[in-house]
Design a protein around this ligand. Structure first.
Ligand SMILES: [Zn+2]
Ligand SMILES: [Zn+2]
Length: 318
C-alpha cells in the first residue's frame, strides 16, 4: 500500500497574503509555527464563497421546509438528525475518532463515520484535525473557533471564512496519523458529500420533495447549529466544575440538543472520557448508547473520567 505523503514539519499556509504575513509577524515567535494556520489571526477577514453559498442555500431551503410539512418529512428529519448528529458526529467523529474514548469493531467505526458525513461537516480527517487543534489551543492563539475572537466567529464565522479548512484534508493530516494511513478514511474525506446526495435521492423516491426539504435541508441546518453551539455557547455560558485553562462550560441546553456534548467543561477536563455527563443529572444519551453497545458486546475499553467530587481536578493534574 502506498502511503500518503505527510509532512511532519510545522505547516504554515503555503502562501500567505501580505496582510496575513503582517498579522503573523506581530505575533510572538511561539505562535508562528506548529498549528497556527488555524485561528482568526490567519483565517479571518475573507469570506469563502463556495461554503458561504452552500450555507445560504441550505438556510433558505430549511425555512422553505416549514411551508411543506408532511409526517414523512418530519420523521425523516428526526431520524437523520439523530443518525448524522448524535451517532455520526458525537459518538463517531468526536468521542471515537478524535479522542478514542472507546473501541468498536472496524465495520461499526466505518458505519459511524459514514453517518458523520451526513451532517455536512466535512470529512473525518479535517474534522478530527480541527477538533484536536481546538483541544491543543483552546481559547488561545490558534484555536479555530474561540469566542474570544468573537461570538459569531466561534459559531459559524470560522466555517465561512478563510481557506475552507474544513475540507482541507492535507493540512490536517499530521494531526490525524491514525486515520491518514487508512485508504477508506482518505477516500471518505475526499468524497464526504456523496452520502448526503445518495440519501437525498432515496428520500425523494420515498417521500417526495417534502421529505428532502425536511430530511436534508432543515435537519442539516439544525444539526450544524447544534454542533456550532458546542464551539460557541459552551465556551461562553454555563457552569464550571473543573478549573481548566480554557473557558469551557457545562451547558444543559446544548447538552440536550447534542445528546451530551454540552457538558463541555467536563469534556475539556477529561477529553478521553467517553462519558461527558459525569453527574447523574447530566443527561448524556450518547454515553448511554455507548454503554448499550458494550452490553451488546460491540464496544470495549470505554474510558470514563475519575475525579474527586469534593476536589474536582482536570486529568493530568494531581
Ligand atoms: Zn471546546
Ligand atoms: Zn473534544
Amino acid at each position: 500500500m502506498t502511503k500518503p505523503k505527510i509532512s511532519l514539519e510545522p505547516s504554515l499556509p503555503d502562501e500567505l497574503t501580505a496582510s496575513q504575513t503582517r498579522k503573523l509577524s506581530k505575533k510572538p515567535e511561539r505562535f508562528r509555527s506548529e498549528v497556527y494556520f488555524t485561528g482568526r489571526a490567519i483565517q479571518g477577514g475573507r469570506l469563502e464563497w463556495v461554503t458561504t453559498s452552500v450555507m445560504i442555500l441550505f438556510h433558505v431551503l430549511a425555512i422553505t421546509a416549514l411551508f411543506f410539512f408532511t409526517w414523512k418529512g418530519f420523521l425523516a428529519a428526526i431520524f437523520l438528525y439523530l443518525l448524522a448528529g448524535h451517532v455520526g458526529i458525537c459518538m463517531g467523529y468526536h468521542r471515537l475518532l478524535t479522542h478514542r474514548g472507546y473501541k468498536v469493531p472496524r465495520w461499526l467505526e466505518y458505519f459511524f463515520t459514514i453517518c458523520g458525513t451526513l451532517a455536512l461537516e466535512g470529512g473525518p480527517i479535517a474534522w478530527v484535525g480541527t477538533h484536536r487543534v481546538h483541544h491543543q489551543t483552546s481559547d488561545r492563539e490558534g484555536d479555530p473557533h474561540t469566542p474570544r475572537d468573537g461570538k459569531f466567529w466561534s459559531h459559524m464565522g470560522w466555517v465561512i471564512s478563510g481557506e475552507a479548512l474544513h475540507a482541507d484534508t492535507n493540512r490536517y493530516m499530521r494531526y490525524v496519523p491514525d486515520l491518514a494511513y487508512n485508504k477508506f478514511y482518505l477516500w471518505l474525506s475526499k468524497y464526504h458529500w456523496v452520502s448526503i446526495i445518495a440519501v437525498a435521492v432515496a428520500l425523494l423516491a420515498w417521500g417526495g420533495w417534502s421529505a428532502v426539504l425536511w430530511g436534508i435541508f432543515l435537519r442539516t441546518v439544525l444539526g450544524l447549529h447544534a454542533t456550532w453551539l458546542v464551539n460557541s455557547a459552551t465556551h461562553l455560558w454555563g457552569s464550571r466544575r473543573f478549573a481548566t485553562r480554557d473557558d469551557s462550560r457545562n451547558n444543559w441546553w446544548v447538552a440536550l440538543l447534542t445528546g451530551g456534548e454540552g457538558w463541555h467543561n467536563n469534556h475539556h477536563a477529561h477529553p478521553v472520557s467517553a462519558r461527558h455527563g459525569l453527574a447523574w443529572y447530566e443527561l448524556d444519551t450518547n454515553y448511554y448508547a455507548i454503554w448499550t453497545l458494550k452490553k451488546l458486546g460491540l464496544a470495549r475499553d470505554i474510558h470514563v473520567a475519575k475525579y474527586d467530587l469534593k476536589d474536582p481536578k482536570p486529568s493530568g493534574v494531581s
